[in-house]
Design a protein around this ligand. Structure first.
Ligand code: OOG
Ligand code: MG
Length: 242
């Protein structure tokens, strides 16, 4: 199967909310090839009128690596169509088996980080049973599906040890620290610049940058009210439609 055909398959799986078998089960696909599939996959979305608004990092914490069994830092692309307003409602019928996780977002400036916000990411692997290898998940835009950004805040002096909570219906279901994100989420940005540059992508001012979840993700179920809390920065929330 060609890069173009793999991108079409993944795009169709997302559009139809129907899982597909892992690409690597039946096809040769290395990591460079997988980033080419991801680029072609996002190009299809851009052709439909979506706009590239940022980059997301994946598997920047041990909790996340352990949850999915892939031990490599990865990156994916964010489009405007994936953004859900803070406090907004999200219909789940467009997803296969959505999970949600707490994130730290950066607003990129001309020079470095212009602002910081708490965020939520909805991930939805297009592969059956949410199982994949490193090339599979890269090709699938690192499971990216939707995201919520809380209110932007000035960059605090220290970002390397802020408490992170994920709450569902008022109960804490995951707790961690920004220290879990490569020691400091700022390191995720350095890593992101280097990794994207390898594939000819330069991070742009005005883009959103998700540093990767500090904790494992949890299933996003109908009716759930989900909130991410990042100590000293604030909250981001969404309600899953019932
Ligand atoms: C891969 C995406 C990982 C993160 O924040 O670590 C990710 C997955 O878990 O399916 O977005
Ligand atoms: Mg994430």
């Amino acid at each position: 199967m060609s890069i173009t055909e793999m991108a079409a398959l993944l795009d169709g799986a997302a559009v139809d909310a129907t899982a597909i078998p892992q690409l690597t089960l039946g096809h040769e696909l290395d990591v460079d090839g997988a980033y080419a599939v991801q680029e072609a996959l996002i190009a299809r979305r851009l052709d439909r009128g979506e706009r590239l608004v940022g980059i997301k990092m994946g598997l920047t914490s041990r909790a996340k690596m352990a949850q999915v069994g892939v031990h490599e830092v990865i990156w994916g692309r964010l489009t405007d169509a994936m953004r859900v307003p803070d406090g907004g409602q999200l219909a789940l019928d467009g997803f296969i088996h959505p999970r949600i996780e707490p994130e730290v977002a950066f607003l990129l400036g001309e020079h470095g980080i212009a602002a910081v916000a708490p965020a939520l990411e909805i991930i939805d692997s297009r592969y059956a049973d949410f199982r994949f290898t490193h090339p599979d998940v890269v090709a699938d835009n690192t499971s990216g599906a939707a995201f919520v950004i809380g209110a932007w805040q000035p960059v605090p002096a220290g970002l390397d040890n802020l408490g992170v909570l994920l709450e569902v219906n008022g109960h804490v279901v995951q707790a961690g620290s920004t220290a879990a994100i490569l020691g400091d989420p700022r390191r995720a940005l350095e890593e992101g610049r280097a990794l994207t540059a390898r594939y000819g992508v330069a991070l742009e001012p005005g883009w959103v940058f998700l540093a990767g979840a500090a904790t494992a993700a949890v299933p996003l179920t109908p009716g759930a009210h989900v909130r991410a809390v990042v100590e000293g920065i604030g909250t981001a929330s969404l309600k899953a439609a019932s």
